[in-house]
Design a protein around this ligand. Structure first.
Ligand code: NAP
Length: 247
C-alpha cells in the first residue's frame, strides 16, 4: 500500500470524482476525512465504505467557500486525526450561462467555491504541514480552465486561477517538504456532465481522440500517483486526464 498511515482530506467527497478519490486514497492505506456541503447520506456512504477497508473515516461538513466554516472543519479534523498529510481540493460547481446572461451572483458563487475554496482549505492546514515538513496538496482544475468554453467564463476563470495558484504555492513550499499539483480532468462521467444534451455530447466526443468521457476512478488514480512516493519529484504540475482533448 502506497499511503499507509497518511491522513487525508478530500473536499466534495460525497459523490463524483471526490468520492472516487476518497475511496482510492483509502484503498492505498490512508485515513480520510470526507467533506461535503449538504448531502450527508452520500458522504456517510463513502465513510462506511472506507471503514469496511479497515481505515478511519470521518464526516467533515463545511461549505468550502465559507472561511469560518472551513476553519471550524479544520479544527475538527486536526482534533480527530491529529494531523493532515494530504489535502485534495476537489469541491467545485458550475453555473453555466453565456456571458451576456451571466449575473454577478453566479460569477461570485462559482469563484467563491472553486477558487476561494482552494485558498480557504489550503490556508487552514498549511501551517501544520509546514511544521511537520510534509504535505501533498492536489487541486482539481479542468480542461476548461486551459481552453475556455462558451457559457463557462466563471468556471474557466476559477479553474485557471487555481492552476496559477498551484504553481505559486509549489514554488513557495518546495523547500518545506510540501508538493502542490493540479489534476485537470476533461469530461468525466459524473452528475456535473449529466445535463449535457445528447447533441452537444456527440460533438464533444468527436473532439476527444479516445472517443469517450473519462471515469472518476481514472482521475482518482492520478491523485494517488502524485500523493504517493511515486510522485515525490512532481510539483507545480497540471496533469491532464482528458482522453487527448487538449494536446
Ligand atoms: P459533482 O459530482 O457535482 O460533485 C460535487 C461535489 O462537491 C459534491 O461532493 C458536493 O457536495 C461538493 N460541493 C459542492 N459545493 C460545495 C461546497 N460549497 N463546499 C463543499 N463541498 C461542495 O462534481 P464532480 O464532477 O465530481 O467534480 C469534482 C471536481 O472536478 C470539481 O472541482 C469539478 O469542477 C472538477 N471537474 C469535473 C469534471 C467533470 O467532467 N465531471 C471535469 C473537469 C473538472 P454535496 O454532495 O454535499 O452537494
Amino acid at each position: 500500500m502506497k499511503l499507509q498511515g497518511r491522513m487525508a482530506l478530500v473536499t466534495g467527497a460525497s459523490r463524483g470524482i471526490g468520492r472516487a478519490v476518497a475511496l482510492a486514497l483509502a484503498e492505498e492505506g490512508a485515513d480520510v476525512a470526507v467533506n461535503y456541503v449538504s448531502n450527508e447520506a452520500a458522504a456517510r456512504d463513502v465513510a462506511e465504505n472506507i471503514h469496511k477497508m479497515g481505515r478511519r473515516a470521518m464526516l467533515a461538513q463545511a461549505d468550502v467557500g465559507d472561511y469560518p466554516d472551513v476553519f471550524r472543519m479544520s479544527q475538527e479534523i486536526l482534533r480527530d486525526f491529529g494531523h493532515l498529510d494530504i489535502l485534495v481540493n476537489n469541491a467545485g460547481i458550475n453555473s453555466d450561462k453565456s456571458f451576456v446572461k451571466m449575473d454577478h451572483a453566479s460569477w461570485r458563487k462559482v469563484l467563491a467555491i472553486n477558487l476561494d475554496g482552494v485558498f480557504n482549505c489550503t490556508k487552514v492546514f498549511i501551517d501544520q504541514m509546514i511544521k511537520q515538513s510534509y504535505g501533498r496538496i492536489v487541486n482539481v482544475t479542468s480542461v476548461i480552465g486551459q481552453i475556455g468554453n462558451f457559457g463557462q467564463a466563471n468556471y474557466a476563470a476559477s479553474k485557471a486561477g487555481v492552476a496559477a495558484m498551484t504553481k505559486s504555492l509549489a514554488k513557495e513550499f518546495a523547500g518545506k517538504g510540501i508538493t502542490v499539483n493540479a489534476i485537470a480532468p476533461g469530461f468525466i462521467e459524473t452528475e456535473m456532465v449529466h445535463g449535457i444534451p445528447e447533441k452537444v455530447r456527440n460533438r464533444l466526443l468527436d473532439q476527444i481522440p479516445l472517443k469517450r468521457f473519462g471515469t472518476a476512478e481514472e482521475v482518482a488514480r492520478a491523485v494517488v500517483y502524485v500523493c504517493s512516493t511515486d510522485g515525490d519529484y512532481i510539483t507545480g504540475a497540471e496533469l491532464s486526464i482528458n482522453g487527448g482533448l487538449l494536446m
